[in-house]
Write a protein that binds this ligand. Structure first.
Ligand code: ANZ
Ligand code: ZN
Length: 802
């Protein structure tokens, strides 16, 4: 029977869209389930085959939860501010708002064509003033609580985008977006004090169900470490404080290193006898990114400060002080004590500059002269005066107590996490709702003035001075101070793209509220998100930033939970057929529109789920798509195999119950691939043996979340009543999932000759008797003498007969 997927799929997509079939209900007494996928950036390229992997996976969850009776929220929107749109707009002389509108329309049509059950009544767009009004509102609250501040600082500056980049946007020393060189430049920036939340951002990970690798990434990024600050003396009288996670190794410190930007260099400038050399080195370091500077296996460089020595507080020994770029100014105190025997970077540096290496933890296999002994957490102290003989753990405690008592140090917790650079000198972003008044300083706009809309500019190209294009709009820039009424200037920096996505999941809960960001009732009911899936590339920053904002909103009473997402999973990338990342330059990009056009949405959805383990990367495979298409056709043809009555064979009944159990479990555990395999088996069986109406009905519900169009059509033609998306998810009986019968292979002289099905609990003698009575076997054994009978319970019988 022909299955016209084009006609049928568009028919149901229309019905769902016009009837708002999947709109979440306003009835807050129902049990709720909130499924979230990362909303796309509507780029000019349109949908990528990677998007549907995530969207289909949670569409399956959302559809199943609805069938289980939950009030499901599965929304979609657009993360539409950002550089690619702006760059495209500049190049093609179209306003970014226009570009966005076109891209959104294209994306939406593509998503529609895949039959996702999004609640389109809640569609949001971060560039919509009614949306970014609340992004600005959050910024104002942060400002009022002292969590947004302006600071002159060295920033990463992309020479091509002419834009400040966050550390995380600099990958291997180049701009993440355009691949151009990134230099350091001083600029006044808006900053958000995410560091104030660092401890909670680590601790609260214990209370959420994020997959392990995501939790690890969050922890690594925040980088909490416990150590000590130790005060070293210097021969110039100043105290030089270092941060170390290994205070136990203090007796092994043979030199010190300060970062090239350390303020003591200025302080000591006129006492240093090699200042020229020092200045030259400082200049070179200024041109490197933090990444280049801390790269592990890079050649160590540095300059010794001539004219000053450090003094180790534990033994008053004088040790040299160097500047080197492997010590960062922005971490700890910007100064370290170097213990070459137990730290690899210090070891490499010591070898290069011929500095002493003193072993203080015993146990190196090759000797510390040959290699740093770093894996020494369980070692025993040596060469360390009163610490000698202690374990590393004991020594850490003892030395920290000693330092505290002597007033030469104390325990200290440090974080790798830095405050968040929140300014961008670009046009296509949320305006920052602050004015600068000469008298009053930075003054927030009154909330009643929000949204502060982005004005239309003539040209949105970045300026060479590094100012935002908005700076040229004097009409807009010049304003009056909300505080004193005097002349003031608007902030012309805009927010980074991360802003809109840091709270979007809240807006979906109450998208049309013009009084509040979210109502108390909606927040109580819908938050937290029950299941959030997205790419691994967003599991560090986006996740961290949105957790930070959510915690802040919790602190000011906007939301009732301190974590936004209960569960977070991540899908693997879909690679090209050649196993490489899909990219235009490799020419291996698969266009989802073509797949939908050739095979239909249901096939595409099944295929993307069948492609492999959800969390792993998987290469595209065109043959496998055809297999999925055949499966759908085979299912469709079952309507011709329906037999009257509803008698079950015990085997088929067991298979039904087993399949229900498997599909139910697999959907909840992101194993759509094995769920599909189980349904393929079931379809094969039903197709071979014929099926009754009840069986087809159950199968149709099970398959519906995966292949929503063909199942909706089947439901309709079979007159099962209503629509399948309103059916009830089938239940299974654990007892009936158990095998009652087993299939036994019968061999003669090791060759398979027949198969029999017997009850699992049949005795050996009975199985052998049944085997011999099997007509084909009886014929083959006729006239022969059975020398030996082998029986492997539940599996096979072998007759040795001559
Ligand atoms: C002595 C020592 C001995 C160290 C040893 C390590 C091993 P985490 O865990 O990342 O916090 N360090 C401190 N400040 C630094 C800076 N601004 N730039 C570069 N390195 C810095 O690492 C802390 C360790 O990194 C500190 O402990 C310090 O070296 C170094 F066997 O002090 B350690
Ligand atoms: Zn003022």
């Amino acid at each position: 029977m022909e299955y016209n997927f084009k006609q049928i799929e568009s028919k149901w997509q229309n019905v769902w869209y016009t009837q708002n079939t999947f709109a979440a209900k306003q009835d807050f007494s129902l049990p709720k389930y909130y499924c979230l996928v990362e909303f796309p950036y509507p780029s000019g390229q349109g949908l990528h085959v990677g998007h549907p992997r995530s969207y289909t996976a949670l569409d399956i969850v959302a559809r199943k939860k609805r069938l289980e009776g939950y009030n499901v929220l599965y929304p979609m929107g657009w993360d539409a501010f950002g550089l690619p749109t702006e760059n495209f707009a500049i190049k093609n002389h179209i306003h970014p708002a226009e570009v966005t509108k076109n891209n959104v329309a294209h994306f939406k049509q593509q998503l529609q064509s895949l039959g996702f059950s999004f609640d389109w009544t809640r569609e949001i767009n971060t560039t919509d003033p009614s949306y970014y009004k609340w992004t600005q509102w959050i910024f104002l609250q942060l400002f009022k609580k002292g969590l947004a501040y302006k600071k002159e600082m060295a920033v990463n500056w992309c020479t091509s985008c002419k834009c400040v980049l966050a550390n995380e946007e600099v990958v291997n020393g180049v701009c993440e977006r355009c691949g151009s060189e990134v230099i350091r430049k001083k600029q006044s920036q808006w900053m958000l004090k995410i560091t104030e939340y660092a401890d909670r951002l680590v601790k609260d990970l214990d209370d959420v169900d994020f997959i392990d690798r995501v939790k690890t990434q969050q922890r690594n990024w925040i980088g909490r470490s416990t150590g000590a600050e130790v005060d070293f003396g210097t021969t110039l009288g100043d105290t030089l404080t270092v941060y170390t996670t290994r205070p136990d190794t203090l007796f092994g410190a043979t030199y010190m290193v300060i970062s090239p930007e350390h303020p003591y260099i200025e302080k000591w400038a006129d006492k240093l006898t090699n200042l020229d050399e020092v200045r030259k080195y400082q200049d070179e370091a200024a041109h490197k990114s933090d990444f280049e500077r801390t790269e592990l296996n890079k050649d160590k460089t540095g300059v010794r400060l001539q004219g000053v020595m450090g003094i180790n507080p534990v033994n008053n020994k004088e040790i040299p002080i160097f500047i080197s770029d492997y010590v960062l100014v922005s971490y700890g105190t910007g100064a370290i004590m170097a213990v070459p025997a137990h730290d690899t970077r210090d070891w490499e540096f010591a070898k290069k500059f011929d500095l002493p290496i003193i072993e203080v933890v015993a146990g190196s296999k090759v000797g510390v002269e040959n290699e740093a002994f770093t894996d020494c957490a369980t070692g025993v102290m040596t060469n360390s005066d009163f610490l000698t003989g202690m374990s590393v753990e004991e020594a850490k405690k003892a030395i920290t107590e000693w330092l505290t008592k002597e007033g030469k140090g104390h325990q200290k917790v440090n974080f790798k996490l830095r405050d968040w650079v929140f300014s961008r000198q670009r046009y296509w972003g949320e305006p920052i709702p602050i004015v600068k008044c000469e008298k009053c300083g930075y003054v927030p706009l009154d909330e009643s003035q929000l949204p502060l809309t982005l004005p239309n500019v003539e040209s949105y190209e970045p300026t060479d001075t590094g100012e935002s294009p908005l700076a040229k709009m004097t009409d807009w820039v010049n304003t009056t101070c909300p505080c004193c009424g005097g002349p003031a200037k608007r902030e012309t920096d805009t927010m980074p793209q991360w802003a809109g996505s840091s709270w979007y999941f809240l807006r979906y809960c109450d998208p049309h509220n013009d009084k509040e960001l979210i109502s108390k009732e909606a927040a109580e009911y819908w938050t937290p998100v029950d299941w959030y899936n997205g790419g691994m590339e967003h599991t560090t920053l986006h996740l961290l930033y949105s957790r930070f904002w959510h915690k802040f909103l919790y602190d000011i009473g906007v939301v009732p939970t301190s974590e936004p997402y209960q569960k977070r999973t991540s899908h693997g990338m879909i690679l090209g057929e050649n196993g490489e990342k899909m990219s235009k330059s490799r020419g291996n990009v698969v266009n989802p529109d073509e797949i939908v056009d050739t095979y239909g949405a249901d096939t595409m959805r099944l295929y993307e789920m069948f492609i492999g383990d959800f969390e792993k990367a998987a290469p595209w495979n065109s043959d496998s798509i055809k297999g999925c298409k055949r499966f759908i056709e085979k299912y469709w043809n079952l309507q011709e195999k329906v037999v009257d009555g509803d008698e079950y064979t015990p085997q088929m009944e067991a298979l039904m119950h087993k399949t229900i159990k498997k599909v139910t479990y697999d959907i909840d555990n992101l194993k759509a691939n094995t769920a599909i395999a189980a349904m393929m088996t079931l379809v094969n069986e039903l197709s071979a043996k014929g099926c009754n109406k009840e069986e087809l009905k159950t199968l149709t519900i099970l398959l519906n979340p995966f292949a929503p169009h063909v199942t909706e059509e089947m439901w309709d033609v079979m007159n099962f009543g209503g629509m399948v998306n309103q059916a009830k998810w089938p239940e299974y009986d654990e007892e009936k999932t158990k095998e009652n019968d087993v299939e036994i292979v019968i061999q003669i002289m090791g060759k398979v000759r027949a198969k029999i099905t017997v009850p699992v609990d049949m005795t050996k003698d009975d199985v052998l008797a049944t085997a011999k009575a099997e007509p084909k076997i009886a014929e083959l054994l006729d006239g022969k003498e059975i020398k030996k009978e082998v029986y492997v319970p539940g599996k096979l019988v072998n007759f040795v007969a001559l």
